[in-house]
Write a protein of this length. Structure first.
Length: 132
């Protein structure tokens, strides 16, 4: 199994010319730790010399997120979206649901309840206050 510095070095240096090479790398990789995934985000956020290698690297990155869809990745992914080039932006947007914790956001008050009762209750209070 590939892990740690060796894992990151191989991810950064790989050219992955054939789908078999991609599958072999993903199969050989242990579930990456969150810190490794953040370093990988830095790698895929950087300028790539070869567009084909960059696209493949984004595919590998997305597949490795499946091995460790850590909810703490949500904020760094959203932050990276702001300055990401289009293909990385598309990849990150597809990954956000995997690393999102709607329940955590709901508890923090950032997301309204799904049932809509709070909205109806609040709009009813607003109507009563305005006399409508």
């Amino acid at each position: 199994m590939i892990a740690g510095k060796d894992f990151l070095n191989q991810f950064k240096a790989a050219s992955w010319r054939a789908p078999d090479e991609v599958e072999a790398f993903i199969a050989a990789a242990e579930a990456p730790q969150t810190a490794e995934l953040l370093k990988m985000l830095d790698i895929v956020s950087g300028k790539a010399p070869d567009a084909a290698v960059h696209r493949t690297r984004l595919t590998v990155f997305a597949r490795l997120i499946d091995k460790n869809p850590d909810k703490t990745l949500f904020a760094p992914f959203v932050k990276a979206l702001k300055s990401a080039e289009p293909s990385l932006r598309t990849t990150l947007a597809a990954l956000l649901p995997k690393v999102n914790s709607a329940n955590r956001a709901r508890r923090s008050g950032r997301v309204p309840p799904r049932d809509g009762h709070g909205i109806a209750r609040d709009s009813g209070a607003g109507a009563a206050a305005t006399g409508r």
